[in-house]
Design a protein around this ligand. Structure first.
Ligand code: GLN
Length: 547
């Protein structure tokens, strides 16, 4: 197609308008037309990456194949586009300054005063264009985090202004996402916040080419005209983005509004076929017309914030649609679970998942949960810390190691069944130092996991410091734990399962990170099917008891 073209997506009025979903949806539509597209996110905070942030601060930390700890929007990009992202797809202010300051110390700017303009903005632009220089992409969508007007996003907006100038109008366009609120008392949709937000962009020297307006109600023609006039955009470039039933409707909503057509026109990209979104529509059809329903308990300690477990929730959406089954994910706070209330808290669930996590808070509740699921034959799925808790529970209650623990929680335990990985022992720095990204795993033939993946070698993504302690392998095997997935190079245990249980699987890796709309993850698909089966059996048993 020629040189890479760039689309910048900014946001105004308020945060949480869904820039990530709009960017991913546009990316999906362009890809469905045969263009090669990637999406990158520029975040204005000073952390070098979100890996050091508590999920309460910023939601889930999404890990890429190459082991980058990134913003959760990258998860949306992968789930929508069905392509991998990488370290280069997420850049923060912290990373930009880190590079510039390192260069300054190395003497790269010797004699010069190092300033926001041009040094910081040049470094931002270098990162804007880095993926484009690979020659792989026709279009790169760049989402700018935060809102226009925030002090911290100013250098990014300034860099967008310069990029527009560098690239020219046929190779660069700016889409601004705003809110058109409905004032109930006045019975009206209000355009003023959009006007103000565009004015702020204009003050920074950036004229948006397209406005995407989030709204609860359809925008009448007069409102569109008003926005176009006051914000200096063409009327057909005022795009309505009405609240949708699911985020997966957004590509369809934006397609109806012809967002992709406007983009191609403005970037002067001709002769591109109509987008092929048949498979996406089939997925939506299955998602919206379930023939059954299951309730899965998600046991974790960040349950107050749904974004903390974003990828797990989305993996259940994909797996549910695949099974034509509505998956109700019931979040349960691990600190609320006690030996005395397991029946009441967990008894009605069709399946139980213990979420990943760090630190000791909530661990006893997770261990109790694993016990309850094991003893009551409830389908159980433990991810990372969830697998580790299942191992500790098995050690305590089946193997008989009453004081077994993870050294993350109790460094003095006599039975460290989960222990710090050897390569972690000398590490003191916290940022980016876990075992991160994709590693191979050998699957043992004849195991349950083998029947699920139907492969003997897989690759999945990781984010942890602790591991199963292989000194205990024989003891556990004798009692019925199966080590069905092993890293072929390091011998680390990657997957556990139980012999005498219908579905009890723990993974040291995070399968949720690789589930996409078009490739639902087999483990989630199978877990939902097992939960459905469990539910049916429960109903039949009840019938038998009642007759
Ligand atoms: N805290 C555990 C570890 O570091 C588990 C990490 C996780 O669940 N992602 O090994």
């Amino acid at each position: 197609m020629g040189p890479t073209k760039y689309i910048f997506v900014t946001g105004g009025v308020t945060s949480s308008l869904g820039k990530g979903i709009v960017s991913a949806s546009l990316g999906k539509l362009l890809r469905a037309r045969g263009l090669s597209v990637t999406i990158q996110k520029f975040d204005p905070y000073i952390n070098v990456d979100p890996g050091t942030l508590n999920p309460y601060e910023h939601g889930e930390c999404y890990v890429t194949e190459d082991g980058a700890e990134t913003d959760l929007d990258l998860g949306h990009y992968e789930r929508f586009l069905n392509v991998f992202t990488s370290q280069a797809n997420n850049v923060t202010t912290g990373r930009i300054y880190h590079t510039v300051i390192t260069k300054e110390r190395e003497g790269e700017y010797l004699g010069k005063t190092v300033q926001v303009i041009p040094h910081i903005t040049d470094e931002i632009k270098r990162n804007f264009y880095a993926l484009g220089e690979t020659g792989v992409y026709d279009i790169i969508i760049t989402e700018i985090g935060g809102c226009v007007g925030d002090i911290e996003s100013l250098p990014f907006i300034e860099a967008v202004r310069q990029a527009k100038l560098d690239l020219g109008s046929q190779s660069c366009l700016v889409i601004h996402l705003t809110l058109v609120p409905y004032l109930k008392a006045a019975g009206e949709l209000k355009t003023k916040p959009t006007q103000h937000s565009v004015k702020q962009l204009l003050e920074a020297g950036v004229q948006p080419d397209i406005l995407v307006c989030r709204t609860e109600y359809s925008l009448p023609l007069e409102i569109r005209k008003k926005i176009a006039l006051f914000c200096n955009v063409q009327i057909n470039s005022v795009i309505e983005s009405k609240d949708a039933e699911t985020i997966y409707d957004v590509p369809i909503v934006l397609r109806k509004e012809k967002l992709d057509e406007r983009v191609l026109e403005k970037l002067n990209i001709n002769n591109y076929k109509e987008p092929n979104i048949d498979l996406w529509k089939e997925f939506l059809g299955r998602l919206k017309n379930p023939t059954s329903e299951v309730t899965i308990g998600l046991v974790g300690k960040y349950v107050e914030l749904p974004d903390a477990y974003k990828s797990i929730n989305e993996a259940f959406v994909h797996a549910g649609a695949q099974n034509e089954c509505k998956v109700i994910v019931k979040t349960i706070h691990s600190e609320d679970i006690k030996p005395s209330n397991c029946e009441e808290m967990l008894g009605d669930l069709d399946g139980i998942l213990i979420a990943p996590g760090f630190g000791e808070r909530g661990i006893p509740g997770k261990i109790e949960t694993a016990r309850y699921a094991r003893e009551n034959d409830i389908p159980f799925f433990g991810i990372c810390l969830g697998m580790q808790c299942a191992v500790i529970e098995f050690a305590m209650n089946v193997v008989g190691l009453k004081e077994a623990a993870s050294t993350e929680v109790n460094p003095n335990t006599p039975d460290p069944v989960i222990d710090l990985m050897e390569e972690q022992k000398s590490i003191t720095m916290k940022g980016g130092t876990m075992r991160l990204g994709a590693y191979k795993c050998r699957i043992e033939p004849g195991t349950q996991i083998h029947s699920i993946y139907q492969k003997t070698e897989i690759s999945e993504r990781h984010r942890h410091r602790y591991e199963y302690n292989n000194q205990y392998l024989d003891l556990f095997k004798e009692k019925g734990m199966v080590f069905s997935g092993i890293n072929p190079e390091s011998n680390l245990v990657e997957i556990i399962e139980l012999e005498n249980h219908p579905w009890f699987i723990g993974t040291q890796f995070h399968p949720e990170l690789k589930s996409t709309v078009l490739n639902p993850h087999p483990l989630f698909v199978n877990f939902v099917a097992a939960s459905l089966e469990h539910k049916k059996n429960k109903v039949e048993n009840r019938k038998l008891i009642n007759t």
